[in-house]
Design a protein around this ligand. Structure first.
Ligand code: C5P
Length: 218
């Protein structure tokens, strides 16, 4: 089943971190490298899918045959993902910031007081929005980066965000994680789970695409 064709399928992938600006020189970000999402986009394009890759700020080359849309903030990522619908599959591999500054200061914030409090507001949950969108893809796949109670949180996300699959990073596996070239995932769906890897992210991407095909609604 490995390498089954995705010709005729449109796949939207989000990847990388988001940066939420505080002022013209500072932002809130995270350590996502974007490698997993880029590997999925590359593998899907290689199998003939039409791929839109919505990328946060990363330093990675655009995979061959992939339409890349660069964004910075969660809000911009949401706009780009929604604009890319309809699609057959959405894979939310981005590490979207959960909170962003309530206001972006127009000028550089100067240090004055001993303490500074930043007001943060929730960002849009792109994955949850795609999953209930009128142009919902047949398969909506999310990621989960957890340090503990992985299955509990992953299954919670499946239900709460109404997605078809949640790929949880397996913790405690050497070499796995944000900046690594290797990773290990456990993919959960309602009533089942499968462990993928540990393997290079390029190989895992193909395994994940195979699993998505087997879980495709009849
Ligand atoms: O709830 P949590 O952030 O752990 O869920 C992770 C999944 O949700 C990932 O697939 C991520 O891309 C997606 N997500 C999102 N928008 C957010 C937060 C997370 O699409 N604001």
């Amino acid at each position: 089943m490995s390498g089954a064709s995705l010709a005729g399928r449109r796949i939207v992938v989000s990847a990388g971190p988001t940066f939420e600006d505080i002022d013209p020189v500072r932002f809130i970000g995270n350590r996502s490298s974007g490698k997993m999402g880029f590997a999925v986009a590359e593998a899907a394009a290689r199998r003939g899918a039409q791929v839109v890759l919505v990328a946060g700020p990363v330093s990675l080359h655009t995979p061959q045959g992939v339409e890349r849309v660069d964004v910075r903030s969660a809000r911009q990522m949401r706009e780009a993902v929604i604009a890319a619908l309809p699609a057959d599959v959405y894979i939310g591999a981005a590490a979207v910031a959960d909170y962003a500054p309530a206001v972006i200061a127009p000028g550089k914030i100067k240090k004055k007081e001993e303490q500074l409090t930043l007001a943060l507001v929730r960002t849009p949950d792109i994955l949850a929005e795609v999953a209930v969108h009128e142009r919902r893809p047949a398969m909506v796949v999310g990621f989960a980066a957890e340090t503990h109670d992985v299955e509990f949180y992953a299954r919670g996300k499946l239900e709460k965000k109404r997605v078809d699959l949640i790929a949880a990073n397996r913790v405690g596996v050497s070499g796995s994680g944000f900046e690594s070239d290797d990773n290990a995932l456990t993919v959960y769906w309602a009533g089942g789970a499968r462990a993928l890897g540990p393997a290079p992210k390029t190989e895992l991407a193909d395994q994940l695409l195979d699993l998505i095909l087997t879980r495709w609604p009849a």
